[in-house]
Design a protein around this ligand. Structure first.
Ligand SMILES: C=C(O[C@@H]1C=C(C(=O)O)C=C[C@H]1O)C(=O)O
Ligand SMILES: [Mg+2]
Length: 476
């Protein structure tokens, strides 16, 4: 791989301009340098270098594998401290950071290169601050130091360097260039990923299953008293392994097994939040906006005929169609507020994943002037696919009835680039990995005619993607 001297000189010059600008304006400046590098693969980049960036790394792969982004290290981190204005604050901070950056990008039409902010928001704005989510709190975002983007069969390498008004020593610059070369040499195509050894089988601890069913029963009772129309209740499942969980192997398994899902992983200190979700919250491409209503579920059939029957039944099932419609109504309303014009399918379609079918209605629109992706996240989250209807009542029911802390589960996770394009998904079919332990989450939309036992079975199906990838197939 060409780690070229020409690039080294360019980067050095750029850093010097960054330092000068930072000094003059008395604020931090991000210097971003983009190169096109044939044959560098985002996953490979992660697996070859993860040991040097154990506390800060992320991976993103969209549902069609059109776009892969992997990041290592943090040039700068944004922790969410003021929960009340978290979307506005992140949006403003990002806008400012971009305005103050120096970007060398010969490929201005390519999305997801140059400075990219990656991260997520916690599900609820009221957090119990449990030990489980101590490394994520209300949400966390960072701009990676090094990033690989694979898009439309091309590969790009971005390096982001933060320059402060204090300047930078010659040795620091040398160190940065050395690290860059080391990473690029490591990411060599010949360094193919292999699962070192099979993961040990976990001990799966199903703690509160009967209590969860009781909670669902209580919720249904309240729904029948017209307290709310829908609430999404989730449960947690704990896995304990003999050895530390191999996160790269887990990521690889999700990639292999969940072909048409978004694969995400976000590391903060010793914890990694990872999953394979089918559900887009919002995507921004210039002024074009895309969202997806995904709610209402049926398991896959055992045979092809069976599977077709499942789909047909789901498309005609009153209970599932009701669950779905709350989501369509809410997302449509949010898009009507934020868009000049919108369009959506007239009736739900079927979205099929490895383990499950969902009712699916895509929604599209043209954003009004100056609306950022964060404006959309703020207006959309939580949709009734993850919260309920009405939103605030449902949120309170979730706080009262659920037996664990949601943290980042079901929250918006994704990225935005320096031209303010990006995508957020809802972080379901996910789990939190810490050392030898994994905590997985799955929930379902409870409506008046829900059956608690059936909803329990639905959560089992939704645990499968993470369970299979971790080798604990208790619900197969
Ligand atoms: C809440 C989850 O999934 C959501 C609930 C669904 C349902 O109840 O039918 C379907 C898709 C998701 O919007 C989850 O997977 O944890
Ligand atoms: Mg459901």
């Amino acid at each position: 791989m060409n780690v070229g001297i020409k690039h080294m000189i360019n980067i050095e010059n750029l850093i010097n301009s960054g330092v000068e600008k930072a000094r003059k304006n008395k604020h931090d400046v991000i210097v971003s340098y983009v190169e096109k590098l044939d044959g560098i693969d985002a996953f490979q980049f992660i697996h070859s270098n993860i040991d040097h960036f154990v506390n800060e790394n992320f991976y993103w792969q969209d549902a069609h594998s059109n776009l892969l982004i992997a990041g290592l290290g943090a040039a700068m981190t944004m922790n969410i401290t003021d929960i009340n204005n978290r979307y506005e604050n992140i949006s403003e901070e990002w806008q400012l950071l971009v305005e103050r950056s120096i970007i060398n990008n010969p490929y201005p039409k390519v999305t997801g290169v140059g400075p990219v902010l990656f991260g997520g928001f916690s599900f609820d704005y009221v957090n119990k601050e449990s030990n489980l989510w101590k490394n994520f709190s209300h949400g966390i975002f960072y701009v990676p130091k090094y990033m690989v983007t694979n898009v439309n069969s091309q590969s790009y390498f971005t390096m982001n360097i933060i320059c402060t008004p204090d300047g930078m020593r010659e040795e620091d610059i040398e160190q940065i260039l050395k690290e860059r070369n080391f990473i690029l040499q490591n990411s060599n195509v010949n360094n193919k990923f292999q699962v070192k050894e099979k993961m040990s089988l976990p001990n799966v601890i199903e703690k509160n299953s009967s209590l969860w069913v009781q909670q669902v029963r209580k919720a249904i009772h309240l729904l029948n008293q017209e307290y709310a129309k829908k609430v999404v209740l989730a449960r947690d499942l704990h896995l304990l392994f003999e050895n530390e969980i191999d996160r790269v192997a887990l990521l690889q398994n999700l990639r292999d097994q969940q072909k048409n899902s978004y694969i995400f992983s976000l590391t903060s200190n010793e914890d990694c939040f990872i999953g394979a979700t089918p559900e887009r919250l919002v995507k921004k491409e210039g002024k074009r906006m895309f969202s997806a209503c995904v709610a209402g579920s049926a398991p896959r059939g055992k045979t092809e005929d069976d599977d077709e029957r499942m789909k047909k039944e789901l498309l005609n099932d009153e209970k599932n169609l009701g669950e779905h419609q709350f989501v369509v109504d809410m997302i449509t309303e949010a898009f009507q507020q934020l868009c000049e014009s919108i369009s959506k399918a007239h009736s739900p379609q079927i979205m099929t994943n490895k383990d499950i079918h969902h009712l699916y209605t895509p929604v599209e629109g043209w954003a009004k002037d100056k609306k950022s992706i964060f404006d959309f996240v703020k207006e959309l989250h939580p949709t009734p696919a993850l919260g309920g209807t009405p939103t605030e009542v449902a949120l309170q029911m979730i706080r009262d009835f659920e037996l664990f802390e949601r943290g980042m589960y079901a929250g918006p996770i994704g990225w935005v680039d320096y031209r303010h394009n990006g995508e957020f998904v809802v972080a379901i079919r996910s789990g939190l990995i810490r050392d030898r332990e994994a905590v997985l989450f799955a929930g379902c939309g409870i409506v008046r005619d829900s059956n608690p036992e059936k909803e329990f079975v639905e959560t089992k199906v939704k645990f499968r993607p993470m369970l299979r990838a971790l080798g604990g197939n208790i619900y197969e």
